[in-house]
Design a protein around this ligand. Structure first.
Ligand SMILES: [Mn+2]
Length: 203
């Protein structure tokens, strides 16, 4: 069984990760944002900016009691380019590994994927894919677009390298908003990425 959770906003991942995690689980959170706010640090108060913090045990007690599911050291964030000040502090304090777009540009996505797999060595993996990690020119159908995102090939290559590890057990596809989309491009992009993560190969 390979659960795929479709959203909707990213707060659904509190439930999906809690549901799939059996013992230690590595979480690869692919997103323009860190989703690492708490009610105290969040400028907007939006709960879809909080799920990764909740999964790491930070946030409203009614959420953390229900959903705390992972060790912060077992989380890798990839593609981040918009962080709130409180999130930056919390990510450092909690020891979350972050590959921002700066690192994607400097190191290349293939190396980052390999490093993430090595860092999470031995753990079953959950991939949480937020459509807003993609560049908005490719994926306009999101609520919080941020310029300077992953290209088509960077996103596919990341999924392909993760697929080749054979360790990915589950996937979230979130933040696709059909009302904001153009001719279903964002949804189709996400379907293609899911296929790559499930092992679709060019050759
Ligand atoms: Mn997100």
């Amino acid at each position: 069984m390979f659960p795929i959770l479709l959203g909707g906003d990213h707060s659904l991942s509190m439930g999906s990760v809690s549901g799939v995690a059996r013992g230690r689980t590595g979480v690869i959170w692919v997103d323009a944002h860190a989703d690492f706010n708490t009610p105290e640090t969040s400028p907007s108060g939006n709960i879809h900016g909080m799920p990764l913090a909740v999964l790491c045990g930070l946030g409203h007690p009614r959420l953390t009691e229900a959903f705390r599911a992972v060790n912060p050291e077992d989380v890798v964030l990839i593609g981040v380019r918009s962080l709130d000040p409180g999130e930056k502090r919390l990510l450092k304090e909690m020891g979350v590994r972050v590959y921002a777009m700066h690192e994607v540009d400097r190191l290349g996505i293939a190396r980052i994927a390999e490093e993430a797999l090595a860092y999470l060595e031995g753990l079953p993996l959950h991939v949480s894919l937020d459509a807003d990690v993609l560049d908005p020119t490719l994926a306009p159908g999101v609520g919080t677009p941020v310029p300077g995102g992953l290209t088509y090939r960077e996103a596919h290559l990341l999924m392909e390298v993760l697929a080749q590890s054979g360790r990915v057990r589950s996937l979230d596809l979130v933040e696709v908003n059909p009302i904001l989309d153009e001719k279903n491009r964002t949804a189709e992009m996400m379907v293609g990425l899911a296929l790559s993560l499930l092992g679709k190969r060019i050759l």
